[in-house]
Ligand binder design. Structure first.
Ligand code: GDP
Ligand code: MG
Length: 595
């Protein structure tokens, strides 16, 4: 295709503002998917995406559109809307010349609207602001148009109004994509350079790599090379999705399509990498490649210890399609054998554990999420800690913790409540700006405070109206301590936590109290203590009982006695021993889930 007849664009929006639904309507209006085959969220292929209504992996699709009697190829790239996947969003943006900035006409601008807009501006994209969901009775197009015009300039009246639900305004929107978004430019004669913006594992075809051709041309059967690693592969199939995969004779400058090389693991075909030809290699890779780094860690343990091999196999499988997932074996006194897993963020953690439950039928316990700490001991040793159990004993010289730049958007009535919450989480106010009826608050905050149920508190204090976005901004030294929870003098590793010194007492008393309620009485008294090193900061006691089940069976009914004994034995199987103390597994789960 002549680059002048190509338009590459993406849709960016806050989550739930209607990207996937608008994409559906575009597929329909352009005849890319016939009406009888249409189903909601056509491009969201993973079950969990469809059910939870979120896009995890981005997808690209080619559509035909006639404008002014000329046929155009429109490549639409659907991007994930969540902060955990912002690296993938930024790669999708780099594959485009323009972006539709979609804003829910009832909700207005939210935190990820801004985050995505800034990313699009950094990538020099032409931005087409669009109001969505104008069919909603609660829509307030005038107010939201003003918000948008205040933000990016222009006239509020000129902002397009659409409904992804009814299809209103969608044809006009496609026309303005052709008119306003620039055609791609590149050097057709240069050695080929294709940017990978997505890499998806498919059980039948192996890894499918989505690329945008920047320069030159790639053909099927050609030997291609990954520029970050130098590894080479054969391009077994090259094609475009429209929306089903359709092989083509190659991809030329400006085109968007896919490549199948037979690799089995997305780590061999990484998002952000540049593909070139082995025979005629480019000298320089395209800019922007970074390895996704896990930010949040949690231990995953099978409820039933015999599921451990299944869990390992399941993680191996997920890793094939998720380059950002990391894991290594770990053991816990309380929970047995499991894996320490690294995630991009909390949603990523949630998605992975849900897929393990659902697709592999695993019952799991997840330990409280933790971040990466850099600990320096008094004798100058540096230790990287992603798990409280790795925290060095003895004297600590300093601890550094990751800090994120946080943006919170909410109606201005909630400013006080939000500030109070952020201050209690050691946030530093960096700036505050009013956008019409809304306010944006910018804080620097320790990531460790955010992974600890911050979002839940933010939502409840703002009646669900606040939205949150964050990005890493380095690390800082902080007065952190490890709090251990001891049962009869034995530390229960799964409950240890690294917290700020000012919160240590609160954490210790909360956990001790929780466990006192959850652990049944034993034959002897069980002290529960919270301690920093050897110093006890909180204490509770579980009083002793004489647990004699047989006492209830007056007389000599032998069969009844036997039944009771067997029942007690069964119960014991689900008990974990901490020293001499029997703890039902449910108690661990309840204490970790913390209600
Ligand atoms: P995404 O997270 O941005 O992909 O948003 P979705 O397309 O999944 O839409 C989120 C919710 O808004 C879904 O329940 C949609 O049915 C609904 N929705 C999307 N577009 C419209 C619209 O134009 N009008 C109305 N009334 N609802 C919409
Ligand atoms: Mg979606």
């Amino acid at each position: 295709t002549d680059p002048a007849r190509i338009r590459n664009f993406c849709i960016i929006a806050h989550i739930d503002h209607g990207k996937s639904t608008l994409a559906d309507r575009m597929l329909q209006v352009t005849g890319t998917v016939p009406d009888r085959e249409m189903r909601a969220q056509y491009l969201d292929r993973m079950d969990i995406e469809r059910e939870r209504g979120i896009t995890i992996k981005s997808q690209a699709v080619r559509m035909h559109w006639d404008a002014d009697g000329t046929a155009y190829a429109l490549n639409m790239i659907d991007t994930p809307g969540h902060v955990d996947f912002s690296y993938e969003v930024s790669r999708s943006l780099a594959a485009c010349e323009g972006a539709i900035l979609l804003v829910d006409a009832a909700q207005g601008i939210e935190a990820q609207t801004l985050a995505n807009l800034y990313l699009a501006m950094e990538n020099d994209l032409e931005i087409i602001p669009v109001l969505n969901k104008i069919d909603l009775p609660a829509a307030d197009p005038e107010r939201v148009s003003r918000e948008i015009a205040d933000l990016i300039g222009g006239n509020p009246e000129d902002i397009l109004k659409v409904s992804g639900k009814t299809g209103a305004g969608v044809e006009e929107l496609l026309d303005s994509v052709v008119q306003r978004i620039p055609a791609p430019v590149g050097d057709p004669d240069a050695p080929p350079r294709a940017m990978i913006f997505d890499s998806v594992y498919d059980a039948y075809r192996g890894v499918v790599t989505y690329v945008r051709m920047i320069d030159g041309k790639l053909s099927p059967r050609e030997k291609v090379q990954m520029m970050s690693t130098g590894s080479d592969h054969e391009a077994l199939e090259i094609g475009v999705s429209s929306p089903e995969p359709t092989p083509t004779k190659g991809l030329a400058v400006g085109e968007v399509g896919y490549l199948i090389t037979g690799v089995k693991d997305v780590r061999q075909s990484k998002v952000g990498d540049t593909i070139t030809s082995k025979r005629n290699p480019a000298s320089e890779a395209l800019p922007g490649y970074t390895d996704p780094k896990p930010m949040v860690f949690s231990g995953l343990y099978p409820l039933d210890g015999s599921d451990y091999p299944v869990l390992r196999e399941a993680l191996d499988k997920l890793k094939l399609e998720d380059a950002a997932l990391q894991f290594e074996p770990e053991t816990s006194v309380a929970l047995g054998f499991g894996f320490r897993c690294g995630f991009l963020g909390l949603l990523h953690l949630e998605i992975v554990s849900e897929r393990l439950r659902r697709e592999f039928d695993l019952d799991l316990i997840a330990t409280a999420p933790s971040v990466i700490y850099q600990v320096t001991t008094d004798d100058g040793k540096e230790v990287t800690v992603t798990n409280p159990s790795e925290y060095p004993d003895g004297k600590i010289a300093s601890v550094r913790e990751p800090v994120v730049k946080t943006a919170i958007l909410a109606p201005k009535d909630y400013v006080g409540a939000i500030m109070e919450l952020c201050q209690s989480r050691r946030g530093n106010l960096m700036g505050m700006e009013y956008l019409g009826e809304r306010v944006e608050l910018r804080y620097s905050m320790p990531l460790g405070e955010i992974v600890f149920d911050f979002f839940d508190h933010l939502k409840s204090r703002t009646q669900g109206y606040a939205s949150l976005d964050y990005e890493p901004m380095g690390d800082q030294e902080a007065d952190l301590v490890k709090v251990d929870i001891l049962l009869q003098g034995e530390a229960v590793d799964a409950f240890s936590a690294i917290v700020h010194r000012d919160s240590a007492y609160a954490y210790g008393t909360m956990m001790a109290e929780r466990l006192r309620k959850l652990i049944p009485r034993q034959q002897f008294e069980v002290p529960i203590q919270a301690a920093i090193g050897a110093r006890v900061i909180a204490r509770e006691t579980i009083r002793a009982i004489r647990k004699d089940v047989l006492a209830k069976c007056y007389g000599g009914d032998i069969s009844r006695k036997r039944k009771l004994l067997e029942k007690q034995k069964e119960g014991k199987k689900r008990m974990k021993m901490v020293g001499r103390v029997e703890v039902p597994q449910e108690a661990f789960i309840a204490a970790l889930s913390g209600d």
